[in-house]
Design a protein around this ligand. Structure first.
Ligand code: CDP
Length: 206
């Protein structure tokens, strides 16, 4: 079975948690496409040229444990605005999306550019403050020296760059189901996402 779930939205809206839960529920594979940009950004911070860094990414680049820092996140969002960087990463993402057995991909442009024909598209948002509070908890649990204000600034800077770029800007696909998690628990958001996928799978069987 070929079945793609595309989950997009701004930083720390809950995409990752929802994607993982949906993938586990249905036995689908999951790709956090942000890691591709983070791994490219990390190589650039180490002195590489952005397009070459993207072209030369290896699976082990995605397994590094230093990709979740605010510095790498900013570098990711800068390289993500370079059209040739995005182009270098398209084939891998599309092949992953159409692999046998179903796939969930989360990112910024999955429903709009990478998989415009995805069977299910979700766009997950939450207020800036709620997203910053969630990301602050995650980062400080890992021992990062940061403050809620710094995290809020980081998210806003990346959102503005991600939504404002010319190539594949972050935005909901016209047919995406919008999930605002500002006042929705993550469990309730997962339930909604699972319901949308189930409905589509059942339609396919009829
Ligand atoms: O986890 P968080 O939402 O903070 O970020 P991420 O999903 O790991 O993405 C890091 C950065 O990569 C984003 O700020 C975007 O600039 C870029 N990105 C993108 O442009 N397109 C994607 N499909 C995924 C990420």
């Amino acid at each position: 079975m070929i079945f793609t779930v595309a989950i997009d939205g701004p930083a720390a809206a809950g995409k990752g948690t929802i994607s993982k839960a949906v993938a586990t529920h249905f036995g689908f594979a999951h790709l956090d496409t942000g890691l591709l940009y983070r791994a490219t950004g990390r190589r650039v911070l180490a002195g590489e040229e952005p397009v070459e860094a993207a072209q030369e990414l290896r699976p082990e680049d995605l397994d590094r444990d230093d990709l979740r820092t605010a510095e790498v996140a900013q570098a990711a969002s800068r390289v993500a605005a370079v059209p040739e960087v995005r182009a270098a990463l398209i084939a891998f993402q599309r092949a992953f999306a159409r692999r046998e057995g179903g796939a969930v991909l989360d990112g910024r442009d999955i429903g709009t550019v990478i998989c415009p024909d995805a069977e299910v598209k979700l766009y997950v948002t939450a207020s800036d403050e709620v997203r910053a509070a969630r990301r602050y908890l995650e980062l400080s649990a890992k021992g990062a020296a940061t403050s809620p204000a710094e995290v809020l600034d980081d998210l806003r800077a990346r959102d503005a760059r991600d939504a404002g770029r010319d190539t594949a800007p972050m935005k909901p696909a016209p047919d995406a189901l919008l999930l605002d998690t500002t006042n929705l628990s993550i469990e309730a958001a997962v339930e909604e996402a699972v319901r949308a996928v189930k409905q589509k799978l059942e339609q396919g069987r009829r």
